[in-house]
Design a protein around this ligand. Structure first.
Ligand SMILES: [Zn+2]
Ligand SMILES: [Zn+2]
Length: 355
């Protein structure tokens, strides 16, 4: 058997396929033979340098496969089992992990996100899952690779906003942004029992996809007076919850504005800017500081227990991420898959890369 594999590696500001040794499982690790993977804007950010990533790092954090080698301290898995791994790979043991905030593993805001950034990722024929008992999860038999590959990041991240908001059954949710995270938030809101889901994009387009995954009304800022229309849809009150998944600072203010008194705003975005940059809150629409509006800043809730619950939603058909897979590639074409995603063509959401 060959001792080397192909891997998509960051080298000199570009991503290219190189040959690397097949990794060996350390005591707490599992090595997975990859069967499918996907990409997202975070991979493009590693290549562009927006996320500082060392030269020589294997990219990727969204993959499925079968167990190849099991570390001596890992139990609960057998060789050949279909699995996927959390896209953030926290230790599960540090103070922030034990407090339930594994995204901030080790103490920094991005601390849990190490796969393909500060350690080798999963865009390779084999990849290593660290802290495997915390981060590795079996895939139910009825769940396809195309569906399962959307779970570790897209669904896990996008569902965190609606899940954290604890909105009332039958309530109204507005989702700002309809990239893969916003679309997943839309799906999760429907699965969690929202009565009315309104999506908001900057420009027209993508309405059919938003409605396929759960939007009752698909609005855009170019053609709609969004705040007025949401008030009309909610008898003047505003939404129970707004999920901000666009990453645009102005949408944060809009999310506060469209949320009713006592409602919840959950932020699924990270905003870029200098250290002294600020977000603004529209004072009157915030209830002048006494509006009982809760602003939650969230990062992906992760871990094998939660991923198992999300996979169950897919297995039982309550949540179907496959409409998000808009292009297919073989692994040898993964450089092109990354370039196509970075070009941000309208209508292209997730690539499926098969091995
Ligand atoms: Zn991702
Ligand atoms: Zn930790």
């Amino acid at each position: 058997m060959s001792k080397t594999m192909k891997a998509l590696v960051l080298r000199g500001g570009k991503a290219a396929i190189e040959r690397r040794p097949i990794p060996r499982a350390g005591p707490g690790e599992v090595v997975v033979r990859t069967t499918a993977a996907s990409l997202c804007s975070a991979d493009a950010a590693c290549v562009s340098g927006e996320f500082p990533t060392p030269d020589g790092t294997v990219l990727g954090h969204e993959a499925v496969g079968v167990v190849h080698e099991i570390g001596s301290l890992v139990s609960g898995f057998s060789v050949g089992r279909r699995v996927t791994a959390a896209s953030t790979t926290p230790c599960g043991q540090c103070a922030n992990c034990q407090r339930g905030f594994s995204g901030h593993c080790g103490g920094s805001a991005w601390g849990g996100y190490t796969f393909g950034v500060s350690r080798d990722g999963s865009l390779a024929e084999y990849f290593t899952v660290p802290f495997a008992e915390h981060n590795l999860v079996p895939i139910p038999d009825g769940v396809t690779d195309a569906a399962a590959v959307c779970v570790p990041d897209t669904i896990a991240s996008g569902s965190t906003g609606p899940e954290a908001a604890r909105f009332p059954l039958g309530g109204t949710v507005v989702v700002f942004g309809q990239g893969h995270i916003g679309l997943a938030a839309t799906m999760a809101a429907r699965a969690l029992g929202v009565g009315l889901v309104v999506t908001v994009k900057a420009r027209p387009g993508g309405e059919a996809l938003a409605q396929t995954v759960g939007a009752d009304r698909a609005l855009n800022l170019a053609e709609h007076d969004v705040e007025t229309e949401i008030r009309q849809l909610t008898a003047g009150a505003g939404a129970d919850c707004a999920v901000e998944a666009s990453g645009v600072a102005e949408s944060f203010a809009r999310a506060v504005a469209v949320t009713r008194l006592g409602g919840v705003i959950t932020v699924l975005s990270s905003y870029s800017g200098p250290d002294d940059a600020s977000l603004s809150i529209p004072l009157a629409r915030w209830g002048w500081g006494i509006g009982d509006k809760t602003i939650l800043s969230t990062f992906q809730r992760s871990g094998s227990e939660r991923l198992g619950r999300l996979l169950r939603l897919v297995e039982t058909g309550r949540l179907d991420p496959t409409p998000l897979v808009t292009r297919r590639y073989v692994f040898d074409d993964s450089e092109r898959a990354l370039a196509d995603l970075a070009a941000r063509e309208p209508g292209h959401i997730k690539p499926l890369i098969t091995f």
